[in-house]
Design a protein around this ligand. Structure first.
Ligand code: ZN
Ligand code: ZN
Length: 346
């Protein structure tokens, strides 16, 4: 069954898909100005303007309607008087006003296409595996690069180039390279600050292959791994192992998240692990399902999620260890497999 047919089976009224990533998922068509109307019977109409029409003609199983560049204005005219479901999380208030102003009755929906995207097909898994394999290679090479004396920004640029050289299409997000107190910020920006000896360096990076993304974090030592930094690292690694062990079909996002908090909580550092355990990855770096305390996700085979506990000591250091895994019939399989042994970099 095609993705459009599977989506149609879940609809009560025609759905106007406007999120570019969802249009891409359903049709393979990449455009910043397109909308896909899917009817409950399974018919689909792709709307786009002259600039994309040529490419849109190759999309199978959809009727193409070329519109003016003002796509929403054109849709307001074409759909006037009809009741249409829209993606409430992606349609701006201004766009909704244009449609309503044209006499379209809007029905808010959320997560319909996202729910399909959360369960990966074999072809999608192939792209995700390829991205993860490239990630393993680049993280392996990174561990042999000199760190001490280079700036966070320099290493982030090294990583960005390495993705291209290793055969990826590019980065999946701006790489995080953060030592010391910057590593204590989960979403740190690389600074023009030279990495010193004797600290921890958090590196969170990923690449893109055919639109599918990888996500991996490793924390490196610029000293012999020992003492309190090694204890912190091993606490985080243990928590990550507990999270990985809890990932299986039927497990809730809340329970998997909770499993990763036990050891860190017992060490008195629960407050220093202030984010969720993980998130889905696919065409977007954060997508369904979620692993966090307020998650309402229940895992199923084919979900691809990250498992990434962290411990952040403000003004001091941070550590995070992250793998991307696919949920299997009885547990999970790691897609990112580069070593998690504590590594001293030069
Ligand atoms: Zn990450
Ligand atoms: Zn992540």
């Amino acid at each position: 069954m095609t993705r459009i047919v599977r989506l149609a089976a879940r609809l009560d009224e025609p759905l106007l898909v406007t999120a570019p990533v969802n249009v891409r998922y359903l049709t393979g068509f990449v455009s910043s100005n397109a909308a896909l109307q899917v009817d409950p019977a399974g018919d689909a109409t792709l709307y786009t303007d002259f600039r994309y029409a040529e490419a849109a003609r190759s999309v199978e199983d959809v009727k193409l309607e070329e519109t003016a560049r003002n796509l929403l204005g054109a849709l307001a005219e074409r759909l006037a008087g009809r009741r249409i479901a829209v993606e409430a999380a992606h349609l701006s208030l201004a766009s909704a006003d244009v449609l309503r102003g044209g006499g379209v009755e809007l029905v808010a929906t959320t997560g319909l296409v996202e729910a399909l995207r959360a369960v990966k097909e074999p072809g999608e898994l192939e792209h995700l595996r390829r991205a993860a394999t490239i990630s393993d290679r680049v993280f392996g090479e990174l561990a042999r690069e000199p760190f001490v004396g280079r700036t966070e920004a320099e290493l982030a640029w090294w990583i960005e180039q390495a993705w291209h050289e290793a055969g990826a299409d590019g980065p999946s997000f701006a790489a995080v390279v953060a030592f010391g107190e910057n590593g204590a910020r989960p979403h740190a920006h690389p600074r023009d600050a030279a990495i010193p000896e004797g600290t921890l360096v958090v590196v969170d990076a990923g690449c893109s292959v055919a639109g599918y993304l990888s996500d991996c974090t490793r924390t490196f030592f610029t000293a012999e791994p020992e003492g309190r930094l090694l204890e912190l690292y091993e606490l985080c690694l243990g928590a990550q192992g507990d999270g990985l062990a809890a990932v299986r079909p039927g497990a809730s996002g809340q329970d998997v998240d909770a499993a990763s908090r036990v050891a860190i909580g017992e060490a008195g550092l629960g407050e220093r692990y202030g984010h969720g355990l993980g998130h889905g990855v696919g065409l977007e770096i954060h997508e369904a399902p979620t692993l966090r305390p307020e998650s309402d996700s229940v895992l199923e085979p084919g979900n691809v999620v990250t498992v990434e506990p962290g411990i952040y000591l403000p003004g001091d250091v941070g550590v995070r260890i992250e793998d991307t895994v696919v949920v299997t019939d009885d547990g999970c399989e790691r897609l990112t497999t580069v070593t998690k042994e504590p590594i001293q970099v030069g």
